[in-house]
Design a binder for this molecule. Structure first.
Ligand code: GDP
Length: 358
């Protein structure tokens, strides 16, 4: 999963470490004198009185062990150094290009490289291990920042509202139907009872397909015939849930091309009729920037609250996963990680950071 991003991040840390280490200049006599450390405390004065000021960075730093005794040893060229723009510019440019190749959105690629540059340039470092650790932490932070999008607390929502009505939107083939089945299972495992609305009445196959999932899971399906009003199906499912005390209504919807005006009108009508608590866009991680484009279209038409990205298990690039939340300002709530009903996981930025820097 996300092998391409993982490789690029690791290469970036390596290249910056190498560049900064190799750019270290020989120490001058003046520099060596810095190794003396803070001035000795004059005798007779209480310690507190003397420490009126925090020592600055330079004087508070231990001399680098590589520098040997007093810095005059054979490895004395390994002195403290400030990272400059020149050290990182080429590497960051390469990183930006690599991110774009991995389908990371331009804005996100720029944000990560800019943030990394701000963290690094001007920073004083001593040893290559320190450079590498610091670069890695700065990169992790930049990545976590783009992934952290506030929004939906699903466990809290489902506790507050009964039935919780969730409408799923997205184009055909992204894994929407399978995802609805997975989400039904997720709620069932929490002891909650879902009902599914087969509101993709455009294709007879769609009603059948979601019906098969519902049967396998033992979930009640509300459906009408092909061509029926999708909003009416959704309305019936919500009425059923209210009457039967069910906890969650999961509404499947049609997914013709997102540019289809009728489709967007249809989505808007379902929204108007059932007033869902949550509209979730389902996108295929493998489609990269297309997934972001689709999400933006649905957001424009009906307003989405959250994202589920499918097929992350097969996604070597990782660009959509890294970018979509930041680009549309909505959180990813789940990720599909396989074809089975249990192959879904709640999305946490920390998890993704771990995958990328493992
Ligand atoms: P829909 O047309 O959007 O409803 O898509 P489907 O639910 O029919 O899924 C399309 C294909 O994607 C099916 O073969 C699913 O098994 C597969 N699929 C869905 N989610 C995932 C996932 O998270 N990982 C993988 N590897 N395949 C998935």
């Amino acid at each position: 999963m996300f092998e391409s991003l993982k490789k690029k991040f690791s290469e970036t840390v390596g290249k910056i470490t190498e560049k900064v280490s190799s750019g270290q200049e020989p120490r001058s006599e003046e520099d060596k004198s810095e190794d003396r450390g803070p001035e000795p405390i004059p005798e007779g004065k209480p310690e507190e009185e003397v420490r009126t000021e925090e020592p600055d960075d330079t004087s508070s730093e231990e001399p680098a062990p590589d520098a040997g005794e007093g810095g005059s040893g054979f490895l004395s060229f390994f002195r403290e150094k400030r990272i400059t723009e020149k050290d990182v510019d080429d590497v960051l440019w390469d990183l930006e290009m690599a991110l774009l190749e991995s389908d990371v959105a331009l804005e996100v690629a720029e944000k990560i490289t800019t943030e990394l540059k701000e963290e690094l340039v001007g920073r004083k470092v001593k040893r290559s291990t320190e450079i590498s650790e610091y670069t890695m932490e700065a990169l992790k932070k930049a990545v976590k920042d783009v992934l952290s999008v506030d929004g939906v607390d699903l466990p809290q929502l489902v506790e507050k509202k009964k039935p919780l009505v969730i409408m799923f939107v997205g184009i055909n083939g992204t894994g929407k139907t399978t995802t609805i089945a997975k989400v039904a299972r997720y709620f069932m495992k929490k002891g909650l009872e879902p009902v599914i609305a087969a509101a993709d009445t455009f294709r007879a196959g769609a009603i059948e397909q979601i019906g098969q999932h519902a049967d396998k899971l033992g979930v009640k399906l509300i459906s009408h015939r092909k061509g029926a009003d999708p909003a009416a199906v959704a309305f019936d499912a919500v009425s059923h849930a209210k009457a039967q005390g069910k906890d969650v209504v999961l509404i499947d919807t049609a997914g013709r091309m997102q540019t289809n005006v009728n489709l967007m009108d249809e989505m808007a009508k379902i929204k108007r009729v059932v007033r869902p608590d949550l509209i979730v866009f389902v996108g295929d991680a493998l489609t990269g920037n297309d997934a972001i484009e689709q999400a933006a279209r649905f957001d424009e038409a009906v307003g989405i609250d959250a994202v589920i990205l499918t097929k992350a298990d097969a996604d070597a690039r990782g660009g959509a996963a890294l970018s979509i939340g930041y680009m549309i300002k909505r959180p990813i709530i789940f990720m599909g990680i396989g074809q089975g009903y249990d192959d879904i996981m709640e999305f946490k930025p920390e998890w993704m950071v771990e995958q990328l820097f493992a």
